[in-house]
Design a protein around this ligand. Structure first.
Ligand code: FES
Length: 200
């Protein structure tokens, strides 16, 4: 996969999603928020966000904002999914035993549906936002052993396409996975809420 994945189309998807969410919060929620107690206001500011993923193509990533943090949604290819098993020997915590994710994402793909990775785009070292680097074999990220993933430019942490950190990275744990659920026959995702209700 090349940098072509980072297309203007993808950026459009990202921007559209971010703008739509921002309008909804600013236009609808603010009068409500202003009348609430601080704790309730903070909770409402972290309200779940609904994201249309119907146009996301295999290999593409989109970024949305939730609780003022980036959340990535990556639609993995079948090859991406198969490649996850090839890197486990190079990972700090391949089974995500010491990492944060909902129970339905504690599996080999770290996902409720293996096709989609939904993950917080914040490095677990010191909080930078890593870059999406899907190109297999990237020379600067390990050459033929690199199956695609994320690279944090701040101090060089590397993560695979399930957000699992590679050995030798300063990040101590895998990227965090928020609560989420699919709706509308799988064409949309709600971030910040699963079938048990909104995360708090
Ligand atoms: S913040 Fe990502 S490697 Fe340090």
């Amino acid at each position: 996969m090349s940098d072509s994945v980072d297309t203007s189309k993808r950026r459009f998807l990202t921007t559209l999603t971010s703008v739509t969410g921002g309008v909804a919060v600013a236009g609808v929620a603010y009068p409500f928020l202003a009348s609430m107690a601080p704790s309730a206001r903070a909770q409402a500011a972290g309200a779940p966000v609904e994201v249309d993923i119907s146009k996301l193509q295999p290999g593409e990533q989109m970024t949305i904002e939730w609780r003022k943090q980036p959340v990535w949604i990556v639609r993995r290819t079948e090859q991406n999914i198969a490649d996850l098993a090839r890197v486990t020997g190079s990972l700090v915590d391949p089974d995500s035993d010491s990492s944060i994710q909902p129970a339905y994402a504690k599996n080999a793909d770290r996902a409720a549906k293996n096709e989609y990775l939904v993950v917080l785009g914040i490095c677990t070292h010191l909080g930078c936002s890593p870059q999406y680097r899907p190109e297999v074999g990237a020379a600067d990220l390990g050459g033929k052993e690199w199956m695609g993933g994320f690279f944090c430019p701040c101090h060089g942490s590397r993560f695979d396409l399930a957000g699992r950190v590679f050995k030798g990275s300063p990040a101590p744990t895998n990227l965090k996975i928020p609560e989420y659920k699919f709706i509308n026959n799988g064409t949309a995702v709600v971030i910040g809420e699963d079938n048990k209700g909104a995360a708090v």
